[in-house]
Write a protein that binds this ligand. Structure first.
Ligand code: SAH
Length: 258
């Protein structure tokens, strides 16, 4: 029984071993770069090493660097956190630890380069943010742990707070990977089919229409006839109507926005 969690751990280390080889050893200038400040550099590239984002990483369409927070820790034990001023539960990442890590990350960060703290208090991440970040030169993402980071470090470096959604994660790493994924797929060449990012959900203020593929009939369900008609005008019209219907039903809040 006691072996189960251990072998689980080993397994996940093996799985992430190969993708980690994809990460930048020799830093390349002039390609979109995500710099991640984290206590868990082993969590990267994680799922970003797979499929389209992984292939694009290999092809140097973007690069990933982790900055391990631990070596910036204080004293023999490299402590990175301490108890909250004013009391209360948990631990807070120290400004004099996170600050130098941000300085290290910003070396070589030139041009338009936002510094972001992943935080449930932040502005909600959305497609417009992904698009904006994909047009920047790169981004530095600070992953919090425990109760978060000392507020002074956020003020000092003009850090933007961005949230993955209205829920609380144990750390910023999963949020960072989700946001990088959404951003990197908008970098030209990553998807291999530029047009597909223009028509999908959230790009045009609507949710996407239903999609179908072969077989033409499955479990007695046929593909809507119009899609088999070959009539592009009618297909276009049907897709637009379905997009609007689904958006009205599921996300009426989106309709007023555009
Ligand atoms: N005490 C904090 C929560 C800390 S959770 C609060 O109440 O606001 C620990 C870390 O996980 C945070 O520092 C942050 O980096 C990350 N995190 C948690 N939820 C997140 C979310 N919804 N979006 C982005 N990052 C999040």
């Amino acid at each position: 029984m006691s072996d189960t969690p251990k072998s689980f751990g080993r397994k996940s280390i093996q799985v992430s071993h190969t993708p980690r080889d994809l990460m930048a050893e020799r830093k390349l200038v002039d390609i979109w770069t995500a710099k991640i400040i984290t206590l868990f550099p082993g969590a990267f590239p994680g799922v970003l090493g797979e499929s389209l984002t992984g292939r694009a990483l290999k092809e140097h369409l973007w690069q990933l660097e982790t900055i391990d927070l631990r070596p910036f820790g204080i004293g023999k034990h490299r402590n990175v956190d301490d108890t909250p001023a004013g009391g209360g539960a948990g631990m807070v990442l120290r400004a004099d630890v996170v600050g130098p890590a941000i300085e290290e990350a910003q070396k070589g960060a030139k041009g338009n380069w936002p510094i972001v703290y992943l935080s449930p208090r932040g502005k909600p991440f959305d497609q417009a943010t992904a698009r904006e970040w994909s047009r920047a030169d790169g981004i530095t993402l600070l992953c919090g742990r425990f109760e978060g980071v000392d507020e002074r470090v956020l003020e000092e470096y003009d850090v933007q707070e961005v949230s993955l959604g209205d829920f609380v994660l144990t750390g910023g790493e999963i949020a960072a990977q989700a946001m990088i994924d959404a951003t990197v797929r908008l970098i030209p060449g990553v998807l291999g089919n530029e047009a597909s990012t223009e028509e999908e959900s959230h790009s045009n203020g609507l949710l996407e229409h239903p999609q179908y593929t072969k077989p033409a009939e499955w479990q007695g369900r046929a593909i809507p006839e119009v899609l088999m008609s070959g009539h592009h005008g009618k297909i276009e019209k049907w897709r637009k109507e379905m997009s609007e219907k689904i958006t009205r039903e599921r996300r009426p809040d989106m309709l007023g926005k555009k």
